[in-house]
Design a protein around this ligand. Structure first.
Ligand code: SF4
Length: 329
């Protein structure tokens, strides 16, 4: 729901300010339409249904994985593709992965979104509507900004959406913003007053390899990005998660694990998340054994590490895969 349009419309109709809060509170708790908002006068509900579309996004395609993961491809009102994923875990966690941009202007070589044309930044309402879509299916309690786009290139909309997430059931501590290390946005993020989690995508233990697979490294090199993350940890005492996608024969050798460990150092500042790769055509994913070996080397050097559970492999759940397919069809 376009919240700016909602508030403007309520003002034009001469409605008191609290009406906006009532409408939002219903939407945030998973209402399926204005009709359900029983404490809002029926005439006003009808007026809003005419003037403020219930969502800024239209569902174009939904795929459900054998493991319960649901991926939805939306279109914005100006026809831009947006993807979001609901991940269901055995421990009952329900995590939504949202997009912050339609397409992405960065060109990480392992990423389907990076191969698409960049559309535009999404508004805070378009980000929230991805979450609300899934909230209408079931309660959700975790959120990651790891879908299409670099969230910190659109930092104001991302923080604007994050501010309202507790109303939807997702606390700030259970909200993770994942960046490739976009430094101007990282500074703004670090200055915000919400205890959000930070994840940084490294994917390589040295500048030469990182520049090859993530051209943005030419602009913001590893040491600058890590210095900024350390400063964030020193200020907030919140561990920074290091995302590392495991590409067979590219970044998964034991020597590269040692180099990564020496880059990060032991201690609580960083925790590495090793990500099994959903192949997108250019690279192969590392085997389970290689990933386990990489993790063991990190741990031997005092670096905490986990392997991310893979979700939705059978439905192209990696960022941008569905939209890229739809664009090619
Ligand atoms: S990995 Fe993220 S930053 Fe890189 S191209 Fe894909 S969406 Fe953009």
């Amino acid at each position: 729901m376009d919240l700016e349009l909602l508030h403007r419309t309520l003002d034009e109709l001469g409605e008191p300010r609290f009406r906006g809060g009532q409408v939002w509170s219903w939407a945030a708790r998973g209402a399926g339409g204005y009709d359900e908002m029983t404490n809002v006068p029926a005439a006003l509900r009808a007026e809003l249904a005419e003037r403020v579309p219930f969502s800024t996004l239209e569902v174009q395609h939904t795929a459900t994985s054998r493991d319960g993961t649901v991926k939805t491809l939306f279109r914005t009102s100006d026809g831009r593709p947006v993807e979001a994923v609901l991940m269901r875990y055995r421990d009952a966690r329900r995590s939504v992965c949202v997009s912050s941009q339609s397409g992405c202007p960065l060109t990480c070589t392992f990423c389907a979104t990076g191969a698409m044309r960049f559309g535009r930044n999404l508004s805070a309402s378009e980000i929230l509507d991805q979450v609300l879509h899934f909230r209408r299916i079931e309660p959700v309690d975790h959120l990651v900004f790891m879908g299409m786009g670099e969230p910190l290139m659109n930092v104001e909309a991302v923080l604007g959406a994050a501010r309202l997430l507790p109303d939807v059931g997702v606390t700030h501590r259970r909200t993770t913003v994942s960046t490739i290390g976009w430094l101007p946005g990282l500074e703004r993020f670090a200055a915000c007053d919400m205890p959000l989690q930070l994840a940084v995508s490294l994917h390589a233990p040295d500048d030469a390899l990182r520049s090859r697979i993530m051209p943005v490294n030419e602009r913001y090199a590893l040491d600058e990005v890590l210095a900024s993350c350390r400063a964030h940890f020193a200020r907030t005492n919140r561990t920074v998660f290091v995302e590392y996608v495991m590409l067979a024969g590219v970044n998964d050798a034991p020597g590269q694990a040692r180099a990564l460990a020496s880059l990060l150092g032991p201690g609580r500042a960083f925790k590495v998340n090793l990500i099994p790769y959903n192949p997108t055509g250019v690279y192969e994913g590392s085997s389970r054994e290689v990933i386990a070996g990489f993790k063991a080397v990190l741990e031997e050097h005092g670096v905490r590490a986990t392997v991310r559970l893979t979700r939705g492999r059978d439905i192209d759940a990696a960022c941008g895969q569905l939209a890229a397919k739809a664009a090619a069809a």
